[in-house]
Design a protein around this ligand. Structure first.
Ligand code: PMV
Length: 374
C-alpha cells in the first residue's frame, strides 16, 4: 500500500516536472550579461531528509533574510561550435575558484532538461557573498538561487513572455535542484516548501510565498546571527539528509513537521509570539536531536552554542521579552526577536552573547523580501 502511494506521488511529481520544460524559444541571443542578488533564509520548521531529485521528506517554512546575500553575474556568449560539455569559468570574489566547479557542473546537469540552451553558451560566472567567507554561514541557498535567477533571466529574454509568478516558480524549482533550501530564497518575507494538507498550493517541487495572513509583529523581525564556530562542518547537510533514511524517529519527525506547520498558521496570523517561540525552538532542537540519534550519530553544536541557548532562556524569563533562537545545520545561533523589543534585546546580545562568538563575530540580519535583479 505504502509502495503504491509512493509510486503515485512520484508519477504526480514527474508529471508536473514536465511543466518546466520550455516548448521553444523565439531567439537565442549571441551574448549578454545578467546579474542578481539573492538572500539566504532561515527555516522555522526545518527541512531534514529527502527523497530522490531533491524531493523533501517533510514540509518546511522559512524567513527570507535581507543582509546575508550572494551577488552573481553571468556573462554569456554563444560557442563557436556546439559541444556536448558545459563550458564556464568561475570567479569567486574576483578570483578563479576551481574547487567550486564540480558543484556547479552537477547543478547544470540537473537543470539542463529545463533550460535546454545551456550547452550552447560559454559562461563567465562571477559570484560574491555579503557575509564573511568561511563564516560557517551556508552560502548554498543564496548562491544556488542567485545562479538559477541568472539562467532564468536568460530564458526570459529568449522567450515570448513569462509572468512574474511563473518566473518565480520556475526559479524556485531550479534552485531546489541546486540545494533544497535554496528554493525558499526567491521571495519573502515567508516562504513555504513541501506538500502539506494545511497549506493550499504547497508543492514538493518549489517554494511558495506563504499564502495566509501574517501579523505585523513579524514585519522587520530581527535575526542576529552569532558566529560560534567558523570551521568546516564534520558532517555535510547532504550526508545528514541521507541519514534520515531508516532513522528510528523519521516517521514521527516528518509527522511533527506537518503538524507544526499547521499550528504556525494561527500563530502567524494572530502574532502569538509565545507559541511561535515554542515551535521554533523545538524545531531547532529536534533537528539536532535527529543528528544525535542517527546512525552514525554526530553533534554539530558546540559548548558555546549551549551556553548561548541557556543565556537566552534566562534573559527571556527575567526580561519578559520574546527573544528566541533557532539553529541551522551547524554551531551558529540565530537569535530572533521582534522590532519593538530591539532596544532591550540587542544590548543583551552584545553584552552576554557576543563573548561566546568566535572572534566576537556576529551579523545583524532581519526578515527580507527576496531576490533582486541588479
Ligand atoms: O538545503 P540543504 O540541503 O543545505 O539543507 C538545509 C537544511 C537545514 O538548513 C538544516 C534546514 C532548512 O530547512 O533550511
Amino acid at each position: 500500500m505504502i509502495a503504491l502511494k509512493t509510486i503515485f506521488a512520484q508519477i504526480e511529481n514527474s508529471m508536473s516536472e514536465k511543466e518546466f520544460i520550455p516548448a521553444s524559444y523565439t531567439t537565442l541571443k549571441e551574448e549578454g550579461t545578467v546579474a542578481y542578488s539573492s538572500p539566504s533564509n532561515i527555516a522555522l520548521v526545518k527541512y531534514w531528509g529527502k527523497r530522490e531529485n531533491q524531493i523533501p521528506a517533510n514540509p518546511s517554512i522559512s524567513f527570507t533574510l535581507a543582509a546575508c546575500t550572494t551577488k552573481t553575474s553571468v556573462q554569456y556568449k554563444k560557442k563557436d561550435k556546439k559541444s556536448d560539455e558545459f563550458s564556464f569559468d568561475l570567479l569567486f570574489e574576483g578570483e578563479p575558484k576551481e574547487e567550486f566547479k564540480p558543484k556547479i557542473n552537477t547543478f547544470l546537469k540537473r537543470i539542463e532538461a529545463y533550460l535546454p540552451f545551456l550547452k550552447e553558451y560559454h559562461f563567465v560566472i562571477n559570484t560574491s557573498n555579503s557575509f564573511p567567507h568561511s563564516s560557517g554561514i551556508a552560502s548554498s541557498a543564496s548562491g544556488m538561487s542567485a545562479l538559477a535567477l541568472c539562467f532564468m533571466e536568460m530564458e526570459r529574454s529568449f522567450s515570448e513572455s513569462i509572468s512574474d509568478e511563473d518566473f518565480n516558480r520556475k526559479v524556485s524549482f531550479l534552485s531546489r535542484l541546486g540545494s533544497g533550501s535554496a528554493c525558499r530564497s526567491i521571495e519573502g518575507p515567508l516562504v513555504q516548501w513541501g506538500e502539506t494538507a494545511s497549506i493550499e498550493g504547497s508543492s514538493n517541487l518549489f517554494g511558495i510565498k506563504y499564502p495566509y495572513a501574517v501579523h505585523e509583529v513579524f514585519s522587520n523581525f530581527h535575526d542576529t546571527i552569532l558566529l560560534v564556530d567558523k570551521g568546516e562542518k564534520q558532517v555535510s547537510s547532504t550526508v545528514g539528509h541521507e541519514l534520515m533514511h531508516g532513522h528510528p524517529f523519521a516517521t514521527q519527525r516528518f509527522d511533527q513537521a506537518h503538524s507544526n506547520l499547521e499550528k504556525l498558521k494561527s500563530v502567524l496570523s494572530k502574532g502569538d509570539l509565545k507559541t511561535f517561540i515554542s515551535i521554533v525552538e523545538s524545531e531547532a532542537l529536534t533537528l539536532h536531536a535527529m543528528m544525535m540519534t542517527s546512525n552514525p550519530y554526530f553533534i554539530l553544536m558546540k559548548p558555546n552554542t549551549l551556553s548561548i541557548i541557556n543565556e537566552i532562556w534566562k534573559f527571556r524569563q527575567e526580561s519578559n521579552t520574546h527573544v528566541c533562537f533557532t539553529l541551522d545545520a551547524g554551531a551558529n545561533v540565530h537569535v530572533l526577536y521582534p522590532e519593538y523589543e530591539k532596544d532591550i534585546v540587542f544590548p543583551f546580545i552584545k553584552e552576554k552573547l557576543v563573548p561566546f562568538c568566535q572572534n566576537g563575530q556576529y551579523i545583524c540580519d532581519r526578515i527580507g523580501l527576496g531576490a533582486k535583479k541588479l
